[in-house]
Design a protein around this ligand. Structure first.
Ligand code: AMP
Length: 286
């Protein structure tokens, strides 16, 4: 497995692979791997000749009051796990390589990033789409793989690929959960033992929302009230948002139908967790 630190070397590597007719799959990450990340890599391995991943904690997607400095990092462990999955290249640039002096160009998907996490993290999606556009230009993948845990992010990337005519296939992978239902996240490492129990509020409430819909109920406000009451029943939880929306522009809806999205952001202690459920889909929960 190669570790590449510079954009020039990465571009040269990818150019050579493309000239040799190799199909490149790419999984962007901020590192501190869990099985959610590894599942994306396994999917990349299945569909491509060359699997490139990036590890880059992207400063432009963090607000000044967020956890950029504290974000968990363990490069050596990540490389061991990536190697076990069969990753060919880890692209791990320094900040200066990605954002040299004079950098001033941003990519923003304007509409669908207004609601949900975009309301609470105003510059977040602009940072995500900018870094992904840069990474796609550096790595030149044929296929990119993202997780549905960050559902709005996946939609923003999809929109960007379409709007900017980027000739890249996008694959969205299901949410990977721990045995108890907690959606895997690098940020789960912030949780202490008590908070870990409270973090089950999210998946518990999704399960009840699914049952609500399966009973034939479809009133979004009633479903949101149900979800709120479940989450409020757990200690150390503070709700950022519980919303039910359509998945084109992420506009709130009054009536739930198949394909509507229930999205949650909840602080457990100081840790902000997100989770979601698409009505009508399976929910792999205990
Ligand atoms: P991150 O390192 O948090 O930026 O995530 C990198 C990629 O992994 C993104 O496409 C995420 O959506 C995806 N991801 C993170 N957690 C999970 C999970 N529990 N299940 C599936 N994909 C995930």
């Amino acid at each position: 497995m190669k570790i590449i630190r510079t954009t020039a070397e990465m571009q040269a590597f990818s150019n050579a692979q493309r000239e040799a007719q190799k199909h490149i799959a790419f999984v962007p990450t901020m590192g501190y791997f869990h099985d959610g990340h590894l599942e994306l890599m396994r999917a990349g391995k299945r569909c491509a000749d060359i699997l490139v991943i990036s590890i880059f904690v992207n400063p432009t997607q963090f607000s000044p009051n967020e956890d950029l400095q504290a974000y968990p990092r363990d490069f050596d462990r990540d490389c061991t796990l990536a190697q076990e999955v069969g990753v060919d290249v880890v692209f791990a640039p320094e900040n200066d390589a990605m954002y040299p002096n004079g950098f001033q160009t941003f990519v923003a998907v304007e509409k669908l990033t207004q609601n949900l996490c975009g309301r609470y993290r105003p510059q977040h999606f602009r940072g995500v789409t900018t870094v992904c556009a840069k990474l796609f230009n550096i790595i030149k993948p044929h296929t990119v793989i993202f997780g549905k845990k960050d559902y709005q992010q996946l939609a923003a990337i999809s929109r960007m690929l379409t709007d900017l005519n980027m000739d890249i296939e996008l694959v969205g992978m299901p949410i990977v959960r721990e045995a108890n239902g907690l959606a895997m996240s690098s940020r789960n490492t912030y949780l202490n033992a008590t908070e870990r129990k409270s973090a089950l509020a999210l998946s518990h409430s999704l399960r009840e929302a699914r049952s609500f819909f399966l009973r034939g109920e479809n009133n979004a406000q009633e479903c949101i009230m149900l979800v709120r009451s479940i989450i409020d029943g757990y200690s150390h939880t503070a709700i950022d948002y519980i919303q039910i929306c359509e998945t084109k522009n992420f506009t709130d809806i009054a009536t739930i139908t198949q394909g509507s999205l229930l999205a949650l952001a909840v602080k457990v202690g100081k840790t902000r967790l997100i989770d979601n459920y698409v009505f009508g889909e399976e929910l792999n929960l205990p």
